[in-house]
Design a protein around this ligand. Structure first.
Ligand code: PDD
Length: 287
């Protein structure tokens, strides 16, 4: 595989030369936050939403983010340019940096944060999961209780995805007190037989998805009824359609939950319509 150019603390370097301290708090304590922004036609989509959420995540953790939106946009664009990325994602990670030792206490303000960005090429529009849908398996939601902060503590979501794959599914839906919180790395939606789109209301229980917010705008423009509330696994299994949203999957139909087929087991019309509307709108708004 060709070497990517990645960004580490002010420098653009070949990935093999990219280095972060072994004492970095992101490595030792998962003391870091991240964003994944998608790229279509070499341009960023939903960028300002991702940067707003990054600021919020850092703020909730009292982590400094001494870069303006304009500077972060320049870094994203420079990486896209240097890697000739047409379609895929830019991953950004910000950690509380390294004070040169391991300590639970936050270092003082003289310790600079660590900022790393890299690109990932991926076919986002013409993807098999997008056209054929995915199967999900439910798993208990055993993450911490501040899931609204996009931290790099992703061990449990990784375990849940592995358990879902072991059960023959493509991804996991996480469940707490009988209600679906969200997917392991996406927001969960259903369409009821009355034609109402349902996705969980924002709280500390889920990540406020940037794709979710744009799909809510599109649903309103298409005059679809929407309810922001929790739904159970049983309600989802008997729904007309189910789908997930995220920066890296856009709108992706869910065709089975724990081996129970949703509808006729094929991607639903509303899910497909929202997927193409989201792609069209994103292309229009891309910067
Ligand atoms: N995941 N919920 C969780 C737990 C997530 O990790 C994500 C995104 C979302 C969707 O958010 P957005 O629409 O802003 O991408 C919801 C990213 C893509 C990831 O971890 O790779």
């Amino acid at each position: 595989m060709t070497q990517r150019t990645v960004y580490v603390n002010g420098d653009y370097v070949a990935e093999r030369d990219a280095k972060v301290s072994v004492f970095d708090r992101g490595f030792l304590l998962a003391d870091g936050v991240y964003e994944v922004s998608s790229v279509l036609d070499g341009k960023l989509i939903d960028f300002s939403g991702h940067m707003q959420r990054l600021k919020r995540s850092a703020g909730e953790l009292e982590m400094s983010l001494p870069w303006s939106d304009e500077t972060l946009l320049e870094i994203h664009r420079e990486l896209i340019r240097r890697n000739a990325l047409e379609e895929g994602m830019v991953y950004l990670q910000l950690t509380r940096g390294s004070a040169g030792d391991r300590d639970f206490a936050y270092p003082d303000a003289s310790t600079p944060p660590t900022l790393v960005l890299f690109t990932q090429a991926k076919a986002l529009v013409d993807s098999r999961s997008g056209s054929e849908g995915i199967r999900v398996a439910t798993q208990p939601d055993w993450r911490w209780t501040r899931r609204d902060i996009k931290t790099v503590q992703l061990l449990y979501p990784a375990m849940a995805k592995m358990a879902a794959k072991a059960a023959g599914a493509d991804d996991a839906w996480l469940v707490e007190n009988g209600m679906v919180t969200e997917g392991a790395s996406n927001n969960a939606w259903i369409l009821t037989h009355d034609g109402v789109l349902v996705t969980r209301e924002l709280s500390h229980a889920i990540l406020p998805g940037i794709t979710r917010a744009v799909v809510l705008e599109i649903a309103a423009a298409l005059s679809l009824d929407v309810e922001a509330r929790a739904f159970s696994v049983a309600e989802a299994q008997s729904a007309r359609e189910c789908f997930v949203t995220s920066a890296s999957s856009f709108v992706t139909p869910v065709i089975a939950i724990d081996e129970v087929m949703i509808g006729d087991g094929r991607p639903g019309d509303v899910s497909r319509r929202l997927r193409s509307a989201y792609i069209e709108e994103s292309r229009r708004r891309a910067i």
